[in-house]
Design a protein around this ligand. Structure first.
Ligand code: GS8
Length: 218
């Protein structure tokens, strides 16, 4: 029994996508509430008063915040199937290292592609980081081998950013990182992933609207 489970979600948030994928992998039913991104939203303020960010998982009225903490919680509470983090402490530390790398490098450089001043540097660093991840996945099916897991969950939301990278950064992900593209396609064959990811054109439109607003407010 999952008890009462609510996810405070925002369709385009890569962090919330990860939580949705983790819950789907575990086969857990939950309710979700789409919050707008305003850090002043009353429910968000109440449930995540410290960071005021999405996602928040509310389990029997108690909030759990931050993607890494949430996914670990899900893995510990619903440990009957699909382990997401490795049991071995060293392998677990490695998986958390890569998730942290993805947040620091892939999320930030990807988002910086919308700023014209930082676009070139962000593009170069982004490709460099994807090449590091490409070497890490190598010939494996998923990051930890034959089974889909935590690092896959951390990175796959950015697969729906590829169209935005390619259009905004004038690059080809297939040419730059063919193994990452092949890995992304493999992950998309999983229902837990394809049902959770937003349409790539919606991601692109979101960033274009963001860029327009930035110019208007300069
Ligand atoms: C990041 C969450 C985040 O940035 C995590 O969960 O791991 N470290 C956190 N959430 C964004 C939406 S995704 O871009 C958010 O809620 N932003 C609202 C705001 O900044 O006001």
């Amino acid at each position: 029994m999952a008890g009462e489970l609510i996810l405070l979600d925002f369709r385009l948030s890569p962090f919330a996508r990860r939580v949705k994928i983790a819950l789907a992998e575990k086969g857990i039913d939950y309710e979700y509430k789409k919050e707008n991104l305003s850090s002043l939203h009353p429910l968000l303020l109440k449930m995540n008063p410290v960071n005021k960010k999405i996602p928040v998982l509310i389990h029997n009225g108690k909030p759990i915040c931050e993607f890494l903490v949430i996914v670990q919680y899900i893995d510990e509470v619903w440990n009957h199937k699909s382990p997401l983090l490795p049991c071995d402490p060293y392998k677990c530390a490695q998986a958390r290292f890569w998730a942290d790398y993805i947040d620091k490098k892939i999320f930030s450089n990807g988002s910086s592609l919308v700023f014209t001043e930082t676009q070139k540097a962000a593009k170069n660093e982004l490709i460099e980081c994807y090449k590091v991840l490409e070497a890490e996945v190598g010939e494996k099916t998923y990051f930890r081998g034959e089974t889909f897991g935590f690092v896959d969950i951390a990175l796959i939301p950015f697969y729906s950013w590829f169209y935005f990278y390619e259009t905004c950064g004038n690059l080809s992900m297939e040419e730059e990182c063919p193994k990452i593209v092949a890995w992304g396609k493999r992950c998309m064959e999983k229902e837990s992933v394809s049902n959770a990811l937003p349409d790539q054109y919606k991601v692109f439109d979101y960033f274009m609207r963001l860029a327009k607003n930035l110019v208007l407010h300069q």
